[in-house]
Design a protein. Structure first.
Length: 346
């Protein structure tokens, strides 16, 4: 029996129909003899009534401690609804806040980070075969006040729980089937990556990729937590985030063990499929975007310069030797990304 952390994002828990998929994912782990620990985000996006931005709109100009307390309500509502839905399906479940789950944090109210997790309450529920449904995005400061872990912080909650509970793996369920080489909303044909090493994921996240929160990627790297990015709405294997070389150990198990669980093949087969880690795109101003092409560590030598020469763009300063950063007019972003990705699209 293995502990499995399952995190479900806002689109996964926003409606009754999507929550049916959530329940199926949880039941599948239970049927396999595993012990799921569930983490949930707030439901939906603005103008949904319990979305993070909607809740912030209720207290314009509020002090950081009050803002953190207000937005934490979104995850509490999600946890209660998901726990109730599980119980209605005959699956014993209990909703927990960061406080009752023992997630201790430090730092500013709006961007704290987990320090430690007091796992006794969670372990008691696991042993009693009750599914913990934990509020994401929250931590408890030393004075017992609530802080948030930054936007995307539910990912951080899930990965931190995976580390402290020695989970076999952490599944981050979202509305896309894994990590694509770039935002599939911009380039629909962008290929999805079966395997990505920790460091490449950290670098992509830090450059603006929105698939995995940057702090959660760093915790996965530091704590050696196997993470899978998957879709709530289908059964595709998703993207595995793990060590750079196959065969390394994750919580005492060979990495290939996780590959068999996800793809039916050893993960080492996927580690060297491409030299490109991915392309991050974020808005710079009304007319331009910042494009960052990230190669895997040690594989970008010379390639970044070729990209600059090929596209005739001016390279922006960047401390990452395996990445190239440049400004791109928004009207040309799609064609620019397609040109870079052309060698990688079958």
């Amino acid at each position: 029996m293995a502990v499995i952390v399952q995190k479900f994002g806002g689109t996964s828990v926003a409606e009754a129909g999507s929550r049916e998929h959530v329940i199926k994912k949880i039941r599948r782990e239970l049927d396999a003899g595993n012990s799921p620990v569930v983490v949930v985000s707030a439901m939906g996006r603005r103008p949904a009534p319990y979305a993070t931005d909607t809740l912030l709109d209720l207290v314009p100009g509020a002090a950081p401690d009050l803002s953190a307390l207000v937005v934490s309500c979104g995850e509490i509502i999600s946890a209660c609804i998901v726990a109730n839905s599980l119980c209605a399906e005959g699956i014993p479940a209990k909703a927990l806040t960061a406080y009752t789950a023992g997630i201790m944090a430090s730092g500013p109210y709006e961007a704290a980070h987990p320090e430690t997790i007091q796992t006794a309450a969670l372990e008691t529920l696991i042993k009693s075969k009750i599914v913990p449904v934990v509020t994401g995005f929250q931590g408890v400061l030393s004075d017992s006040s609530i802080a948030t872990l930054g936007r995307g912080g539910s990912d951080t909650t899930a990965v931190a729980l995976g580390a402290w509970l020695h989970a076999a793996y952490v599944d981050i369920f979202t509305d896309v089937p894994g990590v694509a080489m770039t935002d599939p909303r911009i380039v629909p044909e962008a290929p999805f990556i079966p395997y990505l090493d920790y460091e490449s994921m950290v670098r992509l996240s830090s450059h603006g990729s929105r698939v995995l929160h940057d702090l959660s990627a760093k915790i996965a790297l530091e704590k050696n937590v196997c993470v899978r990015i998957r879709s709530t709405f289908d059964d595709s294997p998703g993207t595995v985030i793990g060590p750079a070389r196959g065969g390394e150990m994750v919580h005492g198990n060979e990495l290939s063990h996780y590959g068999e669980m996800v793809h039916g093949n050893e993960l080492s087969h996927y580690g060297e499929t491409t030299d490109l880690a991915g392309i991050a795109v974020k808005d710079k101003d009304a007319g331009s975007s910042l494009v960052t092409v990230v190669y895997k560590t040690g594989m970008g030598k010379g390639k970044a310069e070729k990209i600059v020469e090929q596209l005739k763009v001016k390279r922006n300063p960047c401390d990452d030797p395996d990445a190239v950063v440049f400004d791109c007019p928004k009207a040309r972003v799609k064609e620019t990304l397609q040109a870079i990705l052309a060698p990688y699209i079958n």
